[in-house]
Design a protein around this ligand. Sequence first.
Ligand SMILES: Cc1ncc(COP(=O)(O)O)c(C=O)c1O
Length: 373
Amino acid sequence: MHIKKTLLPHHARKSLPENPITLPFGRHFTDHMFAMEYRDDAGGWNSGEIKPHQPLQLDPAANILHYCQQVFEGQKAYRSPQGKILLFRPQEHARRFNQSLRRLCMPEVPEECYLKAQRELLEVEEQWVPQTHGAALYIRPTVIGTEGALGVRSSAAYLFYIILSPVGAYFANGLQPISLWVSDSYSRAAAGGTGEAKTGGNYAASMLGGKIAKEHGCDQVLWLDAGTHRYVEEGGSMNIFMVIDDKLVTPALSGTILPGITRKSVLELAADEFGIECQERQIAIDEVIEGIKNGRITEMFCTGTAAVIVPIGTLCYKGARYELPTAAIPDAPTIPTAPPTSTLTQKLYDYLTGLQYGSIVDNRGWVVPCAAL
Ligand SMILES: Cc1ncc(COP(=O)(O)O)c(C=O)c1O
């Protein structure tokens, strides 16, 4: 696949952000994007183009605007101390992208094509990957149904595009503990639905719960299962973990939870690097409340590519507030050089970011230099 490039002259390009660590999440974009089109009647995907970041032209009847055939991914490119651009488990993201596409009856993007498009776009936008530890270049690959037709069926045409956004911390208050409002009425995803796919509709369904959480003075929602509202599923748009009796426990993937790549990595690191017993199982909200009250739960945190690992400080449930002894992660984290000694949340944060930014040697094949994609 040969990717055509139509690039802006250097004088027409934007200036780079001065302090990327303070950038609000996902509001600034680089100069260029990747775009590739699919048509049933033209033999599938074309070979794609890197071109200036620009608005899309869509038929007002386009499938995405009415029936929401849409799938996306969220990744980051990190700058190592030696100046190399690194990606974290990019093949896993490519695989999840295709799982989501299959669930939405959309055409898959061949893995090598997904990775090559990223590599070539990152090579063009190389200078946008921040030098600062803690900041990164967020990568948003997306596919949308573009056919203009109002019948409810799979689109016959699609657009795969990638945009890039330099980002600092996901939450405005950095890595301070967040508060979660436990929703026992609204749900994010139901059994048999699309919860395990990364598709826009799941996020649309979560907006009202998020708004109510804010009205209750909380940062995010703690989602329970849609059937019984008894079991913990996710924290906002992140996976959720807790330390119960010194074991690291997270809800088992049930089809309604997004199989997070950070989640999978944290489970492996906790077991292998810190010798912690890990459990993936059903966790009742009653067990969580009881565990906070009687001190058996000592830490809770959320994980995701955008937010990395965020400590949870407070749960609000049925009108009561439950406080955890969770400590903040120091704001401008330093590059870890010695084995960490503090909370498991902090140790995992330091180890994971150490791997992602290339200051801890990766012997699992998780960290891939951009040039090797
Ligand atoms: C709903 C939801 N859960 C969990 C995650 C965390 O997934 P990952 O660690 O792969 O970023 C995300 C973010 O992608 C998400 O949107």
